[in-house]
Design a protein around this ligand. Structure first.
Ligand code: FPP
Length: 246
């Protein structure tokens, strides 16, 4: 169980440890078909299930997706409600199947303002994920997530430690900051994929993406296939990562 990795469809080279995705283009996908935006999100959630499973099967340890930003509350209430329903449905399903599938599902972001039942589901899935141990593949949903908001919260946490006298300002290192982000328990993303033709970062993993490779594609997220993931990984493997060296 878990010993044999599913064969990749093409030779895509080494598999990145951590892949992150900005799941963009759901609204346009729906509009092209004369459907409500929520239909695009529903198909986008299916795409997430398929691609997350594929990533686990080929040996990706961490798969992280931008599911709802701190700015997405500005969308029509109907669309926000539809997204919350998709999170509910997925988290319930994850709670039931996570142990059997061996994938730890986690949620990060400012979760304090989410509806109570979603908070409970996040707590429940978090506990099951903890029980899977440190070697399980991890799928992380970023909900009410914003990179600047995350850094602001880390700065506040450090300020409180300085105020309490447990930390001196001159002793603060990059590791102190990284350790107070929502992602403290995972490595930085190696590859960040943005579908739908938009070429911007949109407040996603700002600190963690310092040395990530970006991959942009015109494919809309609901149309994204495992072959698109293969293409992204193959492209990533053609890059030379130098981390500021030569
Ligand atoms: C951006 O596309 C997408 C979102 C704001 C939501 C992403 C959420 C999902 C795919 C559902 C996730 C659910 C689970 C269970 C993982 P957009 O709506 O801005 O697209 P547009 O730019 O074409 O309008």
């Amino acid at each position: 169980m878990g010993l044999f990795k599913k064969k990749k469809t093409v030779d895509i080279g080494a598999v990145p440890t951590h892949i992150a995705v900005i799941m963009d283009g759901n609204g346009r996908w729906a509009k092209k078909r004369g459907l409500p935006r929520s239909a695009g999100h529903a198909v986008g959630a299916e795409t997430f299930r398929t691609v997350a499973t594929y990533c686990k099967d080929i040996g990706v340890r961490y798969f992280t997706v931008y599911a709802f930003s701190t700015e997405n509350w500005k969308r029509p209430q109907e669309e926000v409600d539809a997204l919350m329903d998709l999170f509910r449905k997925y988290l319930r399903e994850a709670a039931d199947t996570m142990a059997e599938r061996g994938v730890a599902v986690r949620v990060i972001g400012d979760l304090s303002v989410l509806p109570d039942d979603i908070m409970s589901l996040i707590h429940e899935t978090g506990q099951i994920a903890d029980g899977l141990g440190p070697d399980a593949a991890t799928a992380t949903l970023c909900i009410n997530y914003g990179g600047r908001d995350e850094i602001k919260n880390a700065v506040r946490a450090l300020a409180r430690e300085v105020q309490a006298g447990t930390l001196q300002p001159e002793d603060i290192t990059e590791a102190h900051i990284a350790g107070r982000l929502y992602t403290a328990h995972m490595p930085d993303p190696d590859l960040i994929i943005r579908p739908s033709g938009e070429i911007r970062v949109s407040n996603f993993l700002l600190w963690q993406s310092a040395y990530s490779e970006y991959y942009f594609t015109d494919t809309l997220w609901p149309d994204f296939k495992t072959s698109d993931m293969d293409a992204a990984i193959a492209d990533y493997n053609r890059r030379q990562r130098r981390f500021g060296g030569v």
